[in-house]
Design a protein around this ligand. Sequence first.
Ligand SMILES: Nc1ncnc2c1ncn2[C@@H]1O[C@H](COP(=O)(O)OP(=O)(O)OP(=O)(O)O)[C@@H](O)[C@H]1O
Ligand SMILES: [Mg+2]
Length: 392
Amino acid sequence: MKLTTLLVCDAGLDKRQTIEDLIHSQPSLALVSTVSGSMAREQIGSLHPKLVWIELSPAPVRGLSLLAELRETFPDVYFFVSYEVPDPELIRTAYRLGASDFLDAERWRTDLPAAVQSIQLKHQSESISTAAGKVIATFSPTGGIGVTTICTNLAGYLGKYGETCIVDLDLQFGMISQYLNLEPSFSLSTIDFSHTNFDATYLRNLMTRYDEKLSILAAPLDLEDIGDIYAAQVQEILYTAKQEFRFTLVDLPKNLLDERAIATLDLADEVLVITEYNWAAIVNARKCLDTFKAHYNQEKLLLVINRSEWQPQDVLSECRASLNYPIFHEIPNDVKTAKWANNQGQIAPPKSDLGKSLNSLARRLGGGEQLMITQKDTETSQGFKLPAFFKR
Ligand SMILES: Nc1ncnc2c1ncn2[C@@H]1O[C@H](COP(=O)(O)OP(=O)(O)OP(=O)(O)O)[C@@H](O)[C@H]1O
Ligand SMILES: [Mg+2]
């Protein structure tokens, strides 16, 4: 399946020819037209390309505002942005505005195949997403929040709704196998992507079973092994797992500069952004959600509060207002059960506070129940104070 591609280029003829040649060199891209920035909107509207490549020279700021405008008008189109040099400010803005990739002239020859493959996988997964299982990523911008605990226990409860697997993408210090008391023989670094039959059967053979409803693909056992895993390969794993399992949970590291994490966020059907009601965690969560909102829609981004405890109403109101995002679920602080589950390698019992809460989260994710805790209260805070810059 070829991706129809439209090039938007106001740079000189040489640059235009170079990019057109690059596009022609990719077997999975089909160039439908090259147009100037002023004609882009009209041409996308009539040619319906899947991918639009915007060259930012000679006026990068104008190019980025064109990206913003086109992305809003054509939310289903993928965008590549290119520029002479990898200017960090331009890269950041381009990603924030929803570009799928930023290609600079120094590296585009080597980077383009992976960028195209990643779009293709995304495109394929979007086309089949109704038939296949769900990929649910668990993520927190703050360390030690309880992401891995939630990931393992949620997976345990989702097993009731269909076969589930966990992919441990916390490649450096993944704890999924420890939290489930498993000793995997294989891990993500064992995968041979040149294997002629890279399919669900091959993937399953590398997984370790917890029980008949839950399997895991462990993080590499040695730190040296993590460098060999690329974003496109992670997407291939998730794409394959999605065909085979009802739910694929992914435990993500907190490093958002990691292209493997970004690839997972792109492909996931749902991303649980996990935080606590404490100031530092709220600041990070807010920062993250503000950026994610530019890329993903609200049904995909689900805000979960972990270790929620009784707090005065005004403090809670302040926290919720500062997050500025609807809260999907709150998980109570239950130190005894969390510790027991992680140390014993077991799923939190259904009668415990933690178990009850994760059971209900699983029901909502697995059974489609979509109740939000909305934030109505706007009283001012008395106890817990947030700096003024942090409030909108
Ligand atoms: N709801 C909860 N109530 C009480 N304790 C919890 C809860 N959730 C997690 N914990 C505890 O918090 C600690 C950190 O949990 P966990 O390892 O899951 O966090 P993490 O976000 O994955 O950390 P890391 O950043 O290291 O990956 C553990 O001791 C765990 O038992
Ligand atoms: Mg963790």
